[in-house]
Each structure stands twice: as structure tokens, then as C-alpha cells.
Design a protein around this ligand. Structure first.
Ligand SMILES: [Zn+2]
Length: 383
């Protein structure tokens, strides 16, 4: 049977797409939504497993690291508005095995006397609208007057427009990067189940108020401290800390059950930021990606980095290329997390750090080269 090209951008065959989506659980999703939607999913799920590649690098990681049978596969979690304390809510979006995980983020809600404050806007129209409806419901129909963006990535700011005329605040670096992204933002949202119905006009709204360090809201009887913790995941990361309730909205400082996404990251400084936050009095942690958890889960994020960094360092010192290093490393239980292909870009980030060439921007050429090399090594091993 001739191989059918189902994803022209990636040059992936149907079988390759199925292999990847089956591992990531997306094959299960395709089965559930019915045959009519499978073609659509096949055409679009591959880039969703490796969200960065087609958009940023033009190439994708073609072979995922295999599941390590010694460790469990990750659980699933559902979309819900979770009350964590009086007037404090986490909006958690579904994920885990069997779900699309790339680009699916969480948000926060703080209810005041007359208004609502939210932390992050999510990344797609239907997600943002569902969050707004749930926020209004939990917040007694009050208007959302303030939105704080944790950082500039699309899955946290692309929904900003749906919160207007709320005032949008961020770290200056976040505003700068959103402004840079505006000219390249497409005029519409492609129709995709659960994300966009295809009718929304797209208009990226930048933060208009910035702060360098801390911004404190006294709202609904709560102190909500927005604190700058970067550079870490990006050069502009904010978290929201509620000392009274020992709650931390960690945004993308924390990835639970997902491989951290590092294309704009300073991994060593990210580890330092986590170490700093771990000293705060915190019981509950809302990650940017994954289910609500605690310090044990945040310790896993840093443990992932510690392990990756030492494995990458050995290969860097042995003069291996970044792509060959990524293909050679076995991450054990972390290979079972969602987004295992991110090891390639994360390895490149560490190489840039070791070489002293790291910048806040994505290393497009280095990552692309590493992905191509990784793919050719994995293809050679397969045959
Ligand atoms: Zn991010």
C-alpha cells in the first residue's frame, strides 16, 4: 500500500502520524470523536504533539522516545474551575494520556467585591470563552476588570482579546514580546474542535501596564502577590502567590506530568527560581500546564532538569552534537511524560547555555539542525 501523505507540512505519513498520536493518546481521542473528525485530527495532531516544530523550526521530531515500561503512564485530569480558598479559584484545563496537551494551559481567578481579576488568558477562543463563562459563574456575574499575563507565550496571551476592556498587565519583557508578535499574528483562528469555531477575528491584545518586580492586589479579602521570578521559562515570568492560603499559581515555572517547554528558557536559572520558590510557605501549586498539585510535583520539574542537565553535560563534554546527544539520552520516567520530543529543543538550550551563546530568543537554526540530526539517527536505528 502506498504511503499516504496526511500532513504535508511535516511530510509525515499516516502511519507515522498514527504512531505518534497513539503514543500521546491522541489516537484514543480520534477514536472517540468519530470517523468524521479523524481526518481533521490526523492532519493537525502531529504538530500538536510537537507544537513548536512546524511553527518555529519547519521540521518536527519524527520519532518519539519510547515509553519506559518500568514507569507508569501519566494520569488524566479534567477541565474544571477549582475553588482553592474563599474567592480564589484555579481554572484547570484537561490533559494527560488521551488528550491533546501541547498549548493547553491553566489560569487563575480572584473574586473581589465588585470585580474579577484573572491570571492568564489561555490560548484559543473557545478555551478563553469557557474560562470567562466559568469565571462569571463562580464570581457572581461580576465584570473581569484586570488580567495579568504570566509571560508572552501564545497559550497564555492569545486569548487576551476576549477579556477586553479589562486592563492587561505583565512584566515589561512579556509586553515587548507580545508587541513583536502582533505583526505576525494571523487575521483569524482556524476552526478546530474545542479551540475555535472558525468565526473569530483574531487580534492579539498586548499588556498595557507593566511592572518589574511585584504587584500586589488586595481583593476579596485576599492578598495576591504577582512576583517576577525570571529569567526561568522566559525572561519575563510572573507567578501569583497568596501567603494567607499558601497557594502558588506558578504559571510556566511548573509543568506537572509534562516535559517543560524550554525554547525561550534559561534552564539553570529556571532551576534556581524553583529552588527559591520551594522556600516559600506553599501547600498548593497551580502549574501552567498539568493538574493542580503541590511542592512534590514542583520538585519533579526541577528533578527533570537536574537529570537532563547532567546527561546533556556528559555528552557536551564528549563533543557530541546536540541532536546526537538528545537521541542518545534516555530519560526514564520522564520519557513517559507528555511531550517527550521536547528533549531535542531542551538539549539545544543547554548546549547554548554551556557554550555561552544563550539568548532569550529561540535558537531556530540550532534547534532545526538538532531535530534533523535526531530524526536521521532515530530513522537509522529503526531500519
Ligand atoms: Zn510558556
Amino acid at each position: 500500500m502506498p504511503e499516504e501523505r496526511t500532513n504535508e507540512r511535516d511530510g509525515l505519513t499516516r502511519r507515522e502520524v498514527m504512531a505518534r498520536t497513539a503514543w500521546a493518546g491522541l489516537g484514543v481521542t480520534a477514536g472517540l470523536v468519530g470517523a468524521g473528525s479523524i481526518e481533521k485530527l490526523l492532519g493537525e495532531t502531529a504538530p500538536r504533539v510537537d507544537e513548536s516544530s512546524p511553527r518555529i523550526f519547519g521540521v518536527s521530531v519524527a520519532v518519539l522516545p519510547p515509553v519506559d515500561d518500568r514507569y507508569p503512564v501519566v494520569p488524566t485530569w479534567k477541565t474544571e474551575m477549582r475553588q482553592l480558598a474563599p474567592n480564589v479559584y484555579a481554572y484547570q484545563q484537561e490533559g494527560g494520556t488521551g488528550h491533546i496537551n501541547a498549548g493547553i494551559s491553566n489560569a487563575g481567578l480572584f473574586v473581589g467585591e465588585d470585580s474579577l481579576v484573572v491570571f492568564d488568558a489561555l490560548g484559543y477562543p473557545l478555551q478563553s470563552k469557557a474560562f470567562i463563562a466559568a469565571a462569571k459563574n463562580a464570581g457572581g456575574g461580576k465584570p473581569i476588570t484586570n488580567l495579568i499575563n504570566s509571560h508572552h507565550h501564545g497559550d497564555h496571551v492569545a486569548g487576551n482579546q476576549f477579556f477586553l476592556p479589562a486592563q492587561i498587565s505583565s512584566h515589561p519583557y512579556c509586553r515587548q514580546e507580545v508587541l513583536k508578535a502582533i505583526p505576525n499574528t494571523p487575521p483569524s483562528w482556524p476552526k478546530f474542535e474545542g479551540q475555535a469555531d472558525g468565526t473569530e477575528v483574531r487580534k492579539l491584545a498586548p499588556p498595557t501596564v507593566t511592572f518589574e518586580d511585584n504587584l500586589v492586589y488586595n481583593i476579596g479579602g485576599n492578598v495576591v502577590e504577582f512576583r517576577f521570578v525570571g529569567p526561568a521559562h522566559t525572561w519575563g515570568d510572573l507567578v501569583a502567590y497568596l501567603p494567607q492560603h499558601k497557594i502558588l499559581f506558578a504559571a510556566d515555572l511548573a509543568f506537572f506530568y509534562l516535559v517543560p517547554y524550554c525554547h525561550n528558557a534559561h534552564i539553570s536559572k529556571w532551576m534556581e527560581s524553583i529552588d527559591k520558590v520551594m522556600k516559600w510557605d506553599v501547600d498548593v501549586i497551580v502549574p501552567g500546564h498539568g493538574p493542580v498539585g503541590g511542592k512534590k510535583d514542583l520538585a519533579e520539574t526541577t528533578e527533570y532538569f537536574r537529570f537532563l542537565k547532567s546527561e546533556v553535560r556528559k555528552r557536551y563534554d564528549a563533543k557530541m552534537s546536540a541532536g546526537a546527544a538528545a537521541a542518545d539520552i534516555k530519560m526514564g520516567k520522564y520519557d513517559n511524560w507528555m511531550g517527550p520530543e521536547r528533549i531535542v529543543m531542551n538539549t539545544v538550550r543547554l548546549y547554548d547555555e554551556f557554550k555561552g551563546t544563550l539568548t532569550p530568543d529561540i535558537d531556530v537554526a540550532g534547534t532545526k539542525q538538532a531535530i534533523l540530526e535526531y530524526n536521521s539517527i532515530k530513522a537509522g536505528k529503526k531500519s
